[in-house]
Ligand binder design. Sequence first.
Ligand SMILES: [Zn+2]
Length: 273
Amino acid sequence: MPVPAEPLRRLPVPVRLIARETTGSFLTRLAFANSLRVPHLLALASITTDQRSFTPATDDTRGWTGSTPGRIAALAGRPLPELAAAIPLLATMTPADTAPLRACWHCIAAKNVTGMVILRARDYLCARHQQWLRGIHRPSLTALPEITGSQRRHDRRNANVPDQDIARAHRQAQDITRQWLEAGWHPALTERWHDRHRRLAATVPGPEAVLADVITHPEMLAVARLLILRRRAPGIQPREIAARLGIPNPSIPHPLDPLQNHLSQLPAPREAS
Ligand SMILES: [Zn+2]
């Protein structure tokens, strides 16, 4: 692959860094700020790619050479570690295992950033603007204030939990709450979720799958919190599960309940010393 003939230099107009941005979004902004066509910038960065397949959502290393990260840093006029702190792909150099999601438009407008910015990681919504950020349909959450409230509490309580632990707990919790929803395990939850579905559908009709993640979100976060605590402390009592979910306390949990099933498969947590 030919190295670009043009000498590598810092581009005249720097762009500000936005936390957890995709490389595609960052490179597009860098090109536009300097009145360069995107293919030109990609060539300067030593990236060979089909122009049509490159978009602001692009966040993988296809077409990169070993020198690409250093070249991006040189073009941006910033040290690579500083860029990597904002752009996850540069830090990991591996494709993300999470689906990209777009940042809240209201927040982008407030920062006076033009164009599309893609975020990812443990964000589901913008609490400030009550906006769901995942999927094709991104409903306003103004009809469901408990969703943003639960996210705020969850973020506060888990501020010190590493990202990968949060992500794992969320994946497991989503699996559990989806099974609860589909099979109607807990009548109190089923009733609550149907109520949320009615309130949400009144404002934004959308596919069930998208709405399912929205309407079960507070309970997903509650289960995730239980799973995070379970890794650090001895077994969870059924009454604590019921209390956190706001459901009647079952005297004997069903062993096949997806959450019970999951907890029974976990190794015993380490005792605090
Ligand atoms: Zn916002």
